[in-house]
Design a protein around this ligand. Structure first.
Ligand SMILES: NC(=O)C1=CN([C@@H]2O[C@H](COP(=O)(O)OP(=O)(O)OC[C@H]3O[C@@H](n4cnc5c(N)ncnc54)[C@H](O)[C@@H]3O)[C@@H](O)[C@H]2O)C=CC1
Ligand SMILES: O=C(O)C(=O)CO
Length: 386
């Protein structure tokens, strides 16, 4: 028989058994569960990605809910194991839930939580950082300094792109895409072109108002355009950032043909999910177009990269850290725990997953609601009137 995975147990005599497949930042989430009569078991095994079998062994024979991670494959096997153990609640510690088979969860009557909102600005800030780092070749220049190659200022040394007055393109102007667009428009006075299935009226109003403000101050106004196709963004933008959800409509959204439509000196940033880009085609495009640059936080086969990407000087690559600020990660842990706790306690679903601030105030108890359950309608769960 396989050795049981190591766990840390809080409140051993608690009425409800909740499992967290990973240790998560902060202590508020732990206290919230323990104070509400949960026995919490946190897996402390030194293995980055747990297998389905590992998680089945953590669930055991009696488990009310699980807090899991985006690296785990939450499908039929795990939801049936959770439901057999009496569980009705699962939450990803992430806003994206492409690792979750929601139909399987529905079949077993398990609520699926996610953590929107708390990571919007943090993730947008990383996309902005990658955009700047790519435009100004910061990683290449840093490597050059550390290699002791700097022997004096030169007119051609690490010349990059000026963002001011250029066009930023956003594909997927939801919470994070809109926050990124605002940063680039307001911070660097870039014009905006965006593509989304839905109109982002708030974003459009923001850019219009900012353009009027600039004009009133004697400066060149910024402009916006909602593109009628994604290709329009690819053709016109100088910096393009990808922020859609990953689903069948966005798998390999950026492929060989689409890369060829982009400007030769464009910058492409991806802080959404790796499979949104065909990474093999991207490596080839980077090889053929040395002035084209990318900033990548996510990869097609995480944690691996497609061969050759690691050698490309025109690629900046970071390990899926876009939501990694202390405040955000602690908040994600809190929201994930409250999704699971709320379902176990029979609380209704919070009415506006875009406004999760009341759950994050450390100085007051959170509302008696589940912050964000993606399959609440399918399960017929009631909506909070708070
Ligand atoms: N790298 C990281 O650490 C992080 C990655 N993410 C990823 O970012 C994604 C977006 O997060 P939010 O902005 O909070 O979600 P959101 O739901 O507010 O925004 C997604 C937007 O994509 C649009 N969209 C969907 N299909 C599309 C298509 N085919 N073409 C164009 N637009 C399309 C939607 O209409 C929506 O406006 C998450 O699903 C997650 O995968 C989120 C947080 C951190
Ligand atoms: O929340 C997500 O979807 C992430 O990728 C990690 O923050």
């Amino acid at each position: 028989m396989a050795k049981p995975l190591q766990v840390e147990v809080y409140n051993p005599n608690g009425k409800y058994r909740v499992v967290s497949t990973k240790s998560m930042p902060g202590t508020r989430w732990i206290n919230l569960l323990v104070d509400q009569d949960c026995r919490l078991e946190i897996c402390t095994e030194k293995k980055t990605i747990l297998s389905v079998e590992d998680i089945i062994s953590l669930i055991g024979n009696k488990c009310d809910g699980v807090i899991g991670q985006l690296t785990e494959d939450w499908g039929e096997k795990l939801f049936s194991a959770l439901s057999r153990a009496g569980g009705t609640a699962f939450s990803n510690m992430a806003v994206g839930y492409n690792n979750v088979d929601v139909d399987a969860a529905n079949k077993h009557g398990v609520a699926v939580g996610n953590t929107p909102g708390v990571l919007t600005e943090t993730t947008a800030e990383l996309a902005a950082s990658l955009s700047l780092a790519a435009a100004r070749r910061i990683v290449e220049a840093d490597e050059f300094m550390r290699a002791g190659l700097y022997d004096g200022w030169l007119p051609h040394l690490f010349v990059g792109n000026l963002l001011k007055g250029q066009t930023v393109g956003v594909i997927g102007a939801g919470r994070i895409g809109s926050a990124y667009a605002r940063m680039m428009v307001e911070g660097f006075k870039m014009n905006l072109i965006y593509y989304d299935l839905y109109q982002s009226t708030r974003l459009e109003k923001f850019v219009t108002a900012y353009g009027q403000f600039l004009q009133a101050n004697g400066e060149q106004p910024v402009t916006w355009k909602r593109a009628s196709s994604m290709d329009e963004v690819l053709r016109e933008a100088d910096v393009i950032s990808l922020h859609p959800v990953l689903d069948k409509t966005t798998y390999h959204l950026v492929n060989k043909e689409r890369l060829a439509k982009m400007k030769k000196e464009a910058i492409l940033v991806n802080c959404s999910r790796g499979p949104v880009i065909d990474e093999v085609a991207l490596v080839e495009h980077l090889k053929q177009n040395p002035m084209f640059r990318v900033g990548l936080d996510v990869f097609e086969d995480e944690p691996y990269m497609k061969p050759g990407l690691e050698k490309m000087k025109n690629a900046i690559i970071v390990p899926h850290i876009a939501s990694a600020s202390k405040w955000t990660r602690e908040g994600m842990a809190t929201l994930a725990a409250l999704n699971v706790l709320g379902k176990i306690k029979g609380y209704p679903i919070w009415g506006d997953p875009n406004n999760v601030a009341p759950f994050l105030n450390e100085n007051s108890p959170p509302p008696a609601a589940c912050p964000s359950i993606v399959n609440s309608k399918a399960l017929g769960l009631p909506v909070s009137k708070l």
